[in-house]
Design a protein around this ligand. Structure first.
Ligand code: IMP
Ligand code: MG
Length: 372
C-alpha cells in the first residue's frame, strides 16, 4: 500500500486518483442532467475544494458560472458557536440555483454555517455537493444533494484536503495510519476527595507509576489560556469578565487534551468531575470516544482531621481568622453536597480509600486495588 508522510504523520492511500476521477465524472453527469435549463452558479469553498472544483467544473457542460468563497478564519470556529463569516463575495446569487462545492463534509458545521449565510443573499435554491462525506461524523439534518463518496470517520489528506495546511498537492487521497493506543487499552483513573485529602498527590503518583497523563482541570485550563487555543481564548474571556467557565467548555477542553494526546497510555483525572452534571457530560464524552474509566478512588478522611489539617496549613503561612475557618468548613460542605453524590452516578467502579494515614500506605492501598 502506497504511504506518504505529511508533517509528523503517516498516511496510506485510500482513494486513488483514478477513482477520484471516476467519482467526479459521475457527479458531473448527475448535475448536467438535473440542473439543465437552470440559472446555475457554482460556489467553491476555499481552501479545500479548489482541486475538486477545478476537476468537476471541467466536466460541467451546463451554461453556468463559478466563483470561490472562503470562511474567515479569524472569527473562531463554529464548534464554539461563533459564526465564521463568508468572504470573497462579489457576484449576486439572487434568484439563482447555487451549487456549493465542498471537499469534505464532516460534522456538518461548515455547511450549516454556509447555508445560513447564503440564504441571506436570496438564491432560488441551494444545492450541496461534496467530494467525500463522513456519515458517522455528520450531526446535522441538511440533505446533501451530491455525495461523491461516503467514507469512514477517519482523517484524510490529499487532493485539496490538508493536514495543518500540508498535503493538499497529493493526487490521491490518503487516510491517517492509526498507530495510537486503542481507546479500550487505555488505563484511566479518577481520583476524588475533599480538599486536603491528598488527591493531587495520589493522582500524580498514579500518573508516575503507570506512565499516564495527570489531568487537573485547573492546570489544563491555564495551559489552554496560555497557549491561546480557541477554547483557551473563550475561557480566558469568561474569566476576565468574572463569568463562570461552563461545564461544556471544561469538557471540550478535556476532550481537546485527550485528542491531542492520543499516544498516551491513559489519564488520571484529578478532582474531576466535581458535580453530577459534569459527571454526566464527562461520561457521554468518554463513551463517544470508546474510553472507559477503570477505577474511581474516593479518598475518605475524617472531616475534623481535614479541617484541622487545613487550619494548620493556613497557620504555617499566616494567621488564620474565624472567617478562614468558616470558609474551610464551607468548602467541606460543598464537597458533601455537590461532589459526593456523583459517586452514585458511577456506582460499580468506585473505591473508597481510607486516606487517613501515611502517603505511602494510602498509595499502597490504591495500588492493591488496581493490581487485584
Ligand atoms: P465540518 O464543519 O465538521 O463538516 O468539517 C468540514 C471541514 O473540516 C472541512 O472543510 C475540512 O477543512 C475539515 N476536515 C474535516 N475532516 C477532514 C479530514 O479528514 N481531512 C482534512 N480536513 C478535514
Ligand atoms: Mg475545507
Amino acid at each position: 500500500m502506497k504511504r506518504v508522510k505529511v508533517l509528523d504523520k503517516e498516511f496510506e492511500v485510500s482513494i486513488p486518483a483514478k477513482e477520484i476521477d471516476a467519482i467526479i465524472s459521475g457527479l458531473a453527469a448527475r448535475m448536467n442532467n438535473d440542473l439543465k435549463n437552470k440559472d446555475v452558479i457554482f460556489l467553491g469553498i476555499l481552501n479545500g475544494s479548489f482541486m475538486f472544483a477545478a476537476d468537476l467544473y471541467r466536466k460541467i457542460t451546463l451554461e453556468s458560472t463559478i466563483t470561490f468563497l472562503k470562511l474567515a478564519s479569524y472569527d473562531g470556529t463554529s464548534s464554539t458557536g461563533v459564526v465564521k463569516r463568508l468572504i470573497g463575495f462579489n457576484e449576486s446569487i439572487k434568484g439563482k440555483t447555487v451549487v456549493v462545492l465542498e471537499d469534505i463534509v464532516d460534522s456538518g458545521n461548515t455547511i450549516e454555517n454556509i447555508i445560513m449565510q447564503l440564504k441571506g443573499y436570496e438564491p432560488k435554491e441551494i444545492k450541496i455537493a461534496t467530494l467525500v462525506y463522513k456519515p458517522e461524523a455528520y450531526k446535522k439534518d441538511y440533505h446533501i444533494d451530491y455525495v461523491g463518496l461516503e467514507i469512514p470517520n477517519d482523517f484524510i489528506v490529499g487532493y485539496g484536503l490538508d493536514y495543518d495546511g500540508y498535503g493538499r498537492n497529493l493526487a490521491d487521497i490518503y487516510t491517517l495510519v492509526n498507530d495510537d493506543v486503542k481507546a479500550e487499552n487505555l488505563l484511566n483513573f479518577v481520583v476524588l476527595g475533599m480538599p486536603s485529602s491528598g488527591k493531587g498527590t495520589h493522582a500524580s503518583k498514579l500518573a508516575n507509576k503507570y506512565n499516564l497523563h495527570h489531568i487537573s482541570t485547573g492546570d489544563i485550563l491555564r495551559d489552554e489560556i496560555a497557549h491561546e487555543t480557541e477554547m483557551g481564548k473563550l475561557a480566558g474571556k469568561l474569566i476576565d469578565n468574572g463569568e463562570f467557565v461552563s461545564d461544556e467548555i471544561i469538557i471540550k477542553i478535556i476532550e481537546g487534551y485527550i485528542d491531542r494526546n492520543r499516544d498516551a497510555k491513559g489519564f488520571v483525572f484529578d478532582g474531576f468531575p466535581r458535580t453530577i452534571n459534569q459527571a454526566k457530560e464527562f461520561n457521554e464524552m468518554l463513551e463517544k470516544k470508546g474510553i472507559k474509566i477503570n477505577s474511581i478512588f474516593e479518598l475518605e478522611i475524617d472531616k475534623q482531621t481535614v479541617q484541622n489539617r487545613m487550619i494548620k496549613r493556613g497557620q504555617l503561612t499566616n494567621r488564620i481568622t474565624d472567617q478562614d475557618i468558616e470558609t474551610i468548613k464551607r468548602r467541606l460542605e460543598i464537597y458533601e453536597e455537590t461532589t459526593r453524590p456523583i459517586t452514585q452516578y458511577f456506582d460499580n467502579n468506585i473505591n473508597s480509600i481510607n486516606a487517613d494515614g501515611k502517603i505511602s500506605e494510602v498509595f499502597q492501598s490504591i495500588i492493591n486495588i488496581i493490581e487485584k
